[in-house]
Design a protein around this ligand. Structure first.
Ligand SMILES: Cc1ncc(COP(=O)(O)O)c(C=O)c1O
Length: 370
């Protein structure tokens, strides 16, 4: 039985293998292991790709969220509004700076942060809202920013949407965004990596300093910082993959459209709900997430996995129903859309190289499992 993975990292590596080896040789030859020419070149190329003025490469996406929050002046005792349905790292970054995550529900169709719910969650101690661009499309940012009080910043969690735009706008434009280059992301490194994106030079400088022990000049420490730097070998991988990202995203869009067709009958029969795209989005399909309506989701995922289909769940528990954030004091029922999604969603295999035959097998197996 041929396994169909959720994400095919081997296929992705084959496309860049020669370039990556040559780049690794360059880094080994000049021993630029941390920072250096490859990192600077990647930062310039990714800023251009993402249509922002500055990209600061850092060690991982969680640090990127933390650094973007810290640069925005968020600190101990502040409240930060985040969606209840996000990867736990969004909450972790808020908690690590001593701020308090305040949860808001998502919209039922797209699973993106509900801007009205976010506004309703803003209180006197709120200093930031973090829209999470889940599954490869952008949550509302500009409309939200316009409606927030002046002292509340928007910090975008753009970990899942490399190359996506909404109404022509990229994450970080006019503000600040954090992204992750975890290997399974649309732009994935060969280890941990991330970046902060912004048009604001002062914010970029502050992030760069904070991520380098508080300063960019050796032994000069202007702010209290820590160590979160991008290394040269990862930059080599990211540069090689960035050159292919637009094509990869286009292939993901084609594969998502194919799933829409293959699943149309199941959707018409009300057995699954297909993913929807918010107006104005150019979606990059980091994940293709369907909802099952009348079947036990875990049972369906178990059957798919048993047949060699790498289906997953992103994510099985909303933040307030994890043990780590029980202290926020919420109960089941507080964020009904996030809870309903967590119970019903499953992610089907999706990567640029997935073939129509593989997708047909995924859908046939899903049909049987339902
Ligand atoms: C929405 C979201 N935020 C933050 C992160 C954290 O990124 P990393 O794993 O690189 O720390 C991820 C990915 O893992 C993510 O999906």
């Amino acid at each position: 039985m041929n396994h169909i993975p959720l994400v095919d990292l081997k296929a992705a590596h084959e496309e860049v293998a020669d370039e990556v080896r040559a780049g690794f040789e360059r880094v080994l030859a000049n021993t630029a292991f941390i920072g250096g020419d490859e990192v600077r070149a990647f930062e310039r190329e990714y800023a251009d790709f993402g249509a922002v003025a500055h990209c600061v490469g850092v060690a991982n996406g969680t640090d990127a969220v933390e650094l973007a929050l810290r640069a925005s002046g968020i600190g101990p005792g502040d409240e930060v509004v985040i969606p209840a349905n996000t990867f736990i790292a969004t909450a972790g970054a808020v908690a690590r700076i001593g701020a308090r995550p305040v949860l808001a529900d998502c919209l039922p169709g797209t699973h993106l942060l509900d801007p009205q719910a976010a506004l309703d969650a803003v209180g006197p101690a709120t200093r930031a809202v973090v829209p999470v661009h889940l599954y490869g499309q952008l949550a509302e940012v500009t409309g939200l920013r316009d409606r927030l009080p002046d002292h509340v910043r928007v910090v975008e969690d753009a970990a899942q949407c490399q190359g996506a735009t909404r109404d022509g706008r990229s994450p970080g434009s006019g503000g600040i965004a954090a992204t992750s280059f975890y290997p399974g992301k649309n732009l994935g490194a060969y280890g941990d990596a991330g970046a902060v994106l912004t048009d604001d030079e002062n914010l970029a400088d502050l992030v760069r300093a904070t991520a380098n022990h508080g300063g960019v000049a050796k032994y000069r420490h202007d702010v209290a910082g820590f160590n979160s730097r991008l290394d040269g070998l990862q930059a080599v991988v990211l540069r090689a993959k960035l050159a292919r990202l637009a094509d990869g995203n286009a292939a993901r869009r084609a594969a998502a459209a194919r799933y829409d067709d293959l699943l149309a009958d199941l959707a018409a029969a009300g057995r699954v709900v297909l993913p929807t795209t918010a107006d104005g989005n150019v979606h990059v399909w980091h994940l293709y997430v369907v909802e099952v309506t009348d079947t036990d989701r875990d049972d369906v995922v178990g059957k798919l996995n048993a047949e060699g289909i790498g289906a997953g769940v992103h994510y099985p528990a909303p933040v307030h129903l994890t043990a780590a954030y029980r202290h926020l004091g919420h109960a089941r029922g507080d964020f009904p859309h996030a809870e309903r999604a967590a119970d019903r969603i499953l992610s089907l295999p999706l990567f640029p190289q997935i073939s129509p035959d593989q997708q047909r097998r995924v859908v046939e197996t899903l049909t049987k499992a339902l």
